[in-house]
Design a binder for this molecule. Structure first.
Ligand SMILES: Cc1ncc(COP(=O)(O)O)c(C=O)c1O
Length: 438
């Protein structure tokens, strides 16, 4: 349920003014937004982006280039807000369910995740989602959060800051020595062996931006639930799996799933989500006042205790945000639904398989990403004998190929074949690595 009563942060004068707006904002915008494009083949999908054609883009997972449907949605909201900032934002936020824009965004996201709109918390990025979840957990002194040595800075620091504040502790374990030779069984066995008597929460990363490994979260979650001992909650940083794999996130087994939507999902820059079940939302304590939970506002207004269970909307950080971007998130999820999760995942898998097979023929290249598409997704991490990863990336850039290095203590070069690329481009990138390696 969105915030459906205008008593929230509004005034009687505002009510009168808003009532002067004609029909709902959503239908007005829908009327002036172009019909969804034809996305029936990959050239048509690639044509939605305005990427610089002088380069081959193999780092587009870093931050999204907005595709046409997203640019048009942003532009529609921007025009409306610029023309009528108060009326449009006030109406969009606090209108009845049918016209409530954040609720429409949550509904589109929920359809993609396979869950309920009311369980989707809107955030500005992965980092904020992780910080909100870890700080929201009722951690006590003596309890521990277990994570892995492979997680991202944002994940480790969210845990460190939250556990320090709660007097709890944090411990990291490696899940593998070499990602490329890990298996589902070895990952599960290592994780289970790492859980100690104080562990109450396990933090994992779905697709690692360090090595490209994709953890089998479904199987890991089942193993965590089947073990004896105190139950543990599973927090997943899912940013590099969402939008490039064929998964139903809401049934995958994560207790808290945090992701930015401004990478593989192509949603506007500065958007993200956390998904959890109602029971798991109820365990958390919010950190930032929400602008989308009526109970919280009413309790404040009436100086009465807030008694209803915590929920996704109450966890969504309040204060005004870039609404033209947040609201246009729905267009990105619609675009992914139109392309089809299975089709997107198969295309990305085939480009990544091709990239790995091509690089594997080069004796001077060591690939760190598992060969199997079941244990990887859209990233190929590798080293070239005798070259620093940053120098490989520089040399590729000199050939107009945009690659990246992984931002970790141990760093690799990365190529990320995505919907931006064609098999011919992958071949060009593999050939360029061959030239660089000598
Ligand atoms: C695994 C992982 N987690 C979190 C982040 C941070 O994402 P965001 O910018 O959405 O906070 C990144 C950045 O690329 C990442 O690779």
């Amino acid at each position: 349920m969105g915030l459906s009563r205008r008593s929230f942060l509004t005034t009687p004068a505002a009510l009168t003014a808003t009532a002067l707006l004609p029909t709902g904002l959503l239908s007005a915008l829908a009327a002036e937004t172009p019909a969804p494009p034809d996305l029936s083949d990959w050239d048509k999908v690639r044509a939605q982006f305005v990427l610089d054609p002088a380069y081959l883009h193999f780092a587009s997972f870093f931050i999204a280039s907005h595709p046409a449907p997203v640019r048009e949605a942003i532009e529609g909201y921007r025009r409306a807000i610029d023309a009528n900032p108060f009326l449009v934002v006030e109406r969009g936020l606090f209108e009845e369910d049918e016209h409530n824009v954040p609720l429409q965004v949550q509904t589109e996201i929920a359809a993609y995740l396979g869950g309920r709109a009311e369980d989707v918390c809107l955030t500005p990025n992965t980092t904020t989602g992780l910080a909100l979840v870890y700080h929201g957990l009722p951690l006590k002194p003596g309890e521990e959060v277990l994570c892995t040595t492979h997680d991202h800075y944002s994940h480790h620091e969210s845990i460190r800051l939250a556990t320090e504040r709660a007097g709890a502790s944090m411990r990291m374990i490696p899940l593998f020595a070499e990602a490329a030779s890990a298996s589902t069984d070895s990952l599960i066995a290592t994780l289970l062996a790492g859980i100690g008597p104080k562990t109450r929460v396990v933090g994992l990363t779905w697709v690692h931006s360090a090595s490209g490994i994709r953890l089998p979260i479904r199987e890991i979650s089942a193993a965590l639930r089947a073990r004896s001992g105190a139950p543990v909650l599973l927090v997943v940083d899912g940013v590099h799996g969402l939008g490039c794999t064929d998964e139903t996130v809401a049934t995958m087994g994560a207790d808290y799933f945090c992701a930015g939507t401004h990478k593989w999902m192509f949603a506007p820059r500065g958007t993200g989500l956390v998904w959890a079940s109602a029971d798991n939302w109820a365990r958390l304590r919010p950190l930032v006042p929400s602008f989308s939970d009526l109970d919280q506002y009413t309790a404040w207004e009436q100086r009465s205790p807030l008694t209803s269970p915590n929920n996704a909307n109450r966890m969504s950080p309040g204060g005004f945000v870039a609404y033209d971007h947040q609201w246009a998130t729905a267009a990105a999820f619609r675009m992914h639904q139109q392309m089809g999760k299975e089709r997107v995942a198969a295309r990305i898998r085939s480009l990544n398989d091709q990239c790995k097979a091509g690089l594997a023929e080069n004796k001077r290249v060591k690939i760190h990403t598992p060969k199997s598409g079941d244990l990887s997704a859209g990233l190929v991490c590798f080293e070239v004998d005798g070259f620093k990863p940053a120098d490989v990336v520089k040399q590729l850039l000199a050939r107009n190929i945009i690659a990246s290095t992984s931002p970790y203590a141990i760093t690799y070069a990365r190529l990320a074949p995505s919907l931006m690329n064609t098999p011919e481009q992958v071949e060009q990138a593999v050939r360029a690595v061959r030239e660089v390696s000598g």
